[in-house]
Design a protein around this ligand. Structure first.
Ligand code: DP6
Length: 359
């Protein structure tokens, strides 16, 4: 599909008011998106596990307004007005107006809440932007009763991408690819698609325990980080590597080769941070406890031969990944040895999920 297909013809009919609610999960990238072109087009393809427990629930109330020249909305987080969320949402609305031209005809009330604690260091942009996009798509569907589910999901992902790149991977599950890759049929820079090939049983119930090492606000926003890839000496090599890692992952996902899986995803996580450490300006988002946990995971794997691995986002928290068959040992290890490194002992048990749900 091309961008023009997301620009609607004129809407028929008018709706006075209504309300839609969606809950949408977070996701964790295995091959990372880091670097983007104009209009939220990724420099390289990425793939993620959709999560289950970490999610945002959003209710969007809309009512027709008289003047239709201006955007008008209020935002609430956990029932409290959140004016500091407004600039980001305003930018988002302005970016998507061409694709959802009804935006200026309504006043919106956005009520949102997250299952994970606010300022846990877990980015809410993927789950938050995808939940809001799905609510907006539910409104558009009211204007177009013949809209297919496939179009609905693709456009929801397309819209979510314009809010936050990784959000486009949070509409469906359980493995989502975003960004054009030559060997992945249907992959697109414009929206996320379900991974279309065979996936070994071992990856079906994967667990992700998120260790909250540093719950502070992010020191460097993702957008700033992505932009630093423009002048980065290693950028082109990195984009090639991401494509190659995705090629390797296609084979691994089919065969169930956990050893190579671990090699790819840990290398991806460390490369992401290496890119941050080698940009100008450079920065380090890992904390001493991040490194302690990584070393404990490596030692434990060596001692036991189990397949417990880690990945990282653009922050200090660690995502510990392991298959269902090793969940008992992994949980004991996490509780006995890793939780001590978490801020206030906080961690979140999550696992692979199957995408957003309308409520
Ligand atoms: C490190 O999607 O937060 O989590 O498009 O600027 O909103 P924006 O960036 P964002 O970047 C996420 C980057 C990452 C890796 C990933 O999720 O692929």
């Amino acid at each position: 599909m091309i961008e023009q297909e997301f620009i609607p013809q004129s809407y028929s009919g008018a709706i006075e008011k209504g309300s839609f609610s969606w809950s949408s999960p977070s996701n964790i990238a295995l091959v990372k998106y880091w670097g983007k072109k104009e209009n939220q087009i990724p420099e390289n393809p990425s793939i993620s596990f959709t999560l289950d427990a970490c999610k945002t629930t959003t209710t969007l109330k809309f009512s027709k307004k008289e003047d239709d020249g201006m955007l008008s909305f209020d935002v609430f987080l956990d029932g409290e007005i959140k004016d500091d969320f407004k600039p980001k949402i305003e930018t988002f609305f302005l970016r998507i107006e061409t694709y959802l031209p009804f935006l200026k005809n309504y006043h919106f009330i956005i009520e949102t809440s997250n299952t994970f604690p606010h300022s846990s260091g877990i980015a809410s942009s993927a789950s938050g932007m995808s939940a809001l996009s799905l609510c907006l798509m539910s409104i558009e569907k009211e204007f177009d009763a013949n809209m297919t589910n496939d179009y609905f999901n693709k456009k929801a992902s397309f819209i979510a991408r314009l809010g936050s790149g990784s959000a486009c991977r949070s509409i469906e599950g359980d493995l989502i690819v975003w960004g054009k890759h030559n060997n992945i049929k249907g992959s697109s820079n414009l929206f996320g698609v379900k991974y279309p090939y065979e996936v070994h049983e071992v990856f079906k119930n994967f667990h992700d325990t998120i260790l909250l090492v540093d719950k502070g606000e992010k020191k460097v926003s993702s957008t700033v980080g992505h932009n630093l890839m423009h002048e980065h000496s290693f950028a082109q090599e990195r984009f090639i590597q991401a494509n190659e890692n995705l090629d390797k992952l296609i084979r691994v996902l089919k065969s169930g080769d956990l050893k190579t899986f671990i090699e790819i995803i840990e290398s991806e996580a460390l490369t992401l941070h290496a890119m941050m450490m080698t940009s100008i300006p450079y920065f380090i988002l890992m904390k001493p406890n991040t490194l302690k946990i990584i070393n404990r995971i490596w030692a434990f794997r060596e001692e036991t031969g189990l397949h417990i691995s880690f990945t990282l986002d653009a922050g200090a928290n660690i995502h510990v990944l392991y298959p269902e068959s090793e969940a008992d040992q992994a949980n004991k290890f996490i509780k006995n040895e890793l939780v001590a490194y978490c801020q206030n002992g906080h961690y979140i048990c999550d696992r692979i999920g199957f995408g957003a749900k309308q409520l």
